[in-house]
Design a protein around this ligand. Structure first.
Ligand code: ADP
Ligand code: MG
Length: 394
C-alpha cells in the first residue's frame, strides 16, 4: 500500500487504527507524515487520535456498522491497545490486512496464554517467566506451592499500569485477593527481587524480516512507567543480545507481523549481568519506546506504519542518548490538590527537551497526559537535564 496512491474508486491510501488513545495519535502522526490518510475507530468523540485523524468512526469496538465503515475506508488496519476484542480484529481480517493478527492480540490479552507462549518461545534463548501458578479454581488456590509466596496475584485479563494486581504474603491474603477479583482467572507470580526492568521493541514484516531497537531500561512507580533510559552501552552486551534473541523468538514463533514490545525483569542470580525473566508483551508500540521519536532516525510508530503497509522495514539508528519522563495528570495539581499549569516556560528552556502532549483536556491523577524526552550529545548531560526537568515539574 503506497503512500499517496489513489485506488480505482478515487480513494486515497488510508490506514486505520483500532483505538484512539495516545498511541493511536502518534501512529496517525507518523502515517500522515508519509502521506497516508488515516481513520480511527474509538467510542470517545474527544479521543486523542480521533482529534487528529482524517476520519474518526465514533462507535464501540465490536459495533458491526463501525467495523464495516473502518474496513471500507482503509487499505490496512492496526491496533493501538491489546484489549480490543479479538473477534473484531478477526472480522476486519476477513476483508483487510490486519496487523498484528487477532491470534497474537488474543495471546497478549491473557496472561495465562502469554506465559505458555513465552515458555514455548523465549525458552530457546534461556529466558524464563517468573515462577507462577494458574488460579482458576479454589482447589488450585489451596494447593499453590509455598515458594510462590510472597507473590503477586494478577488477573489473567484486562490488567494494565499495575491494575488488576495484588501483592499477597500468604494463602489467606491470596484467597482474599482472589475473592476481591471476583474469582476471575488469575496467575500468581512469585515476587522477584528486581535489579532492573527493561524492554525490547522490534518490528516484523510480512516476509519475516525483523528490525528493532536496543533494549531500554524502565523504572515504574506504582505500576506505571515513569522513566525510560536509552543509550548505547546502557546494558551489558550479552544481556542485551539475549533479550533481543528472546524477543525475536517470541515474534517468530507466532509469525507476528507489526511492532512488538516485550518487557523483561533483570534479576540477581549471582552472575555479574544478572538473569533475564520475561514479563509480558504488548502487540503494538509501547510507552517505553516513545523516546525513539526524538532519539532515533526511525521511530516505533514509523515501523508500525511500514509493517502494516508492507513497506521495507529500515533498521533504526539511535543518534542521541535519551531519557523519557512520563507526564501524568498529577503534575497538573499542586500539593494541596489545586489545579495548576506546569512551568513549560522553564522546562522548555532546557536544551534537548522534546515535549509531547496528547491533547487530553482533563488532567487526572495517574492519567498519562504526555511525555518529555531529553536528548543530548552524551548521557551524563541528558541525565542532568532530566533531573532538572523532573524537579521543575514536581
Ligand atoms: P502491567 O500490565 O500493569 O504492566 P506488569 O505485570 O508489567 O503489569 O506489572 C507491573 C509492574 O509490577 C512491573 O513493571 C514490575 O515493576 C512489578 N512486577 C510485576 N510482576 C512482578 C514480579 N513477579 N516480581 C516483582 N515485581 C513485579
Ligand atoms: Mg507491564
Amino acid at each position: 500500500i503506497f503512500p499517496g496512491s489513489v485506488d480505482a474508486a478515487g480513494r486515497p491510501a488510508t490506514l486505520g487504527v483500532m483505538g484512539g488513545g495516545q498511541l493511536g495519535r502518534m501512529f496517525v502522526h507518523a502515517a500522515q507524515r508519509l502521506g497516508y490518510f488515516t481513520a480511527v475507530l474509538d467510542p470517545d468523540p474527544a479521543s486523542p487520535a480521533g482529534r487528529v485523524s482524517h476520519h474518526h468512526i465514533v462507535t464501540g469496538y465490536s459495533d458491526a456498522e463501525g467495523l464495516k465503515q473502518l474496513a471500507s475506508s482503509c487499505a490496512a488496519i492496526t491496533t493501538e491497545f491489546e484489549n480490543v476484542p479479538a473477534d473484531a480484529l478477526q472480522a476486519l481480517a476477513a476483508c483487510r490486512p490486519v496487523t498484528p493478527g487477532a491470534g497474537a492480540v488474543a495471546i497478549a490479552q491473557n496472561r495465562i496464554e502469554e506465559k505458555a507462549h513465552f515458555t514455548a518461545s523465549a525458552g530457546v534463548a534461556g529466558v524464563t517467566c517468573a515462577p507462577y501458578a494458574v488460579i482458576e479454581t479454589s482447589e488450585q488456590l489451596q494447593s499453590v506451592a509455598a515458594d510462590l509466596l510472597p507473590g503477586i496475584l494478577k488477573t489473567a485479563r484486562m490488567g494494565y499500569d499495575g491494575k488488576g494486581q495484588a501483592r499477597v504474603n500468604n494463602v489467606a491474603e491470596l484467597a482474599a485477593a482472589w475473592n476481591g477479583f471476583e474469582q476471575m482467572p488469575c496467575v500468581l507470580e512469585k515476587l522477584l527481587p528486581l535489579k532492573a526492568e527493561c524492554s525490547v521493541i522490534v518490528a516484523r514484516g510480512w516476509d519475516g524480516a525483523i528490525v528493532g531497537f536496543a533494549p531500554q531500561y524502565n523504572v515504574h512507580v506504582e505500576g506505571i512507567l515513569a522513566v525510560t533510559t536509552a543509550y548505547e552501552g546502557n546494558m551489558p552486551p550479552a544481556l542485551a543480545q539475549r533479550a533481543r534473541v528472546a524477543t525475536e523468538s517470541i515474534a517468530n514463533h507466532i509469525g507476528y507481523v507489526g511492532v512488538l514490545c516485550v518487557e523483561f525483569f533483570v534479576i540477581d542470580d549471582g552472575s555479574a549481568d544478572g538473569a533475564l525473566v520475561v514479563n509480558e508483551m504488548a502487540p503494538r508500540p509501547h510507552n517505553s519506546g516513545h523516546y525513539t521519536m526524538d532519539a532515533c532516525d526511525v521511530s516505533q510508530f514509523d515501523l508500525q506504519v511500514h509493517a502494516m503497509a508492507g513497506l521495507p522495514l529500515p533498521q533504526p539508528r539511535q543518534h542521541s542518548p535519551a531519557i523519557m519522563l512520563n507526564l501524568l495528570g498529577d503534575i497538573w495539581c499542586d500539593a494541596a490538590g489545586q489545579p495548576r499549569a506546569p512551568d513549560w516556560q522553564t522546562v522548555l528552556a532546557l536544551p534537548g527537551t522534546h515535549l509531547h502532549l496528547y491533547g487530553k483536556l482533563e488532567a487526572r491523577v495517574g492519567r498519562k497526559m504526555g511525555h518529555l524526552t531529553l536528548t543530548g550529545a552524551d548521557i551524563t548531560g541528558v541525565k542532568s537535564m532530566a533531573r532538572q526537568a523532573a524537579k521543575i515539574l514536581s
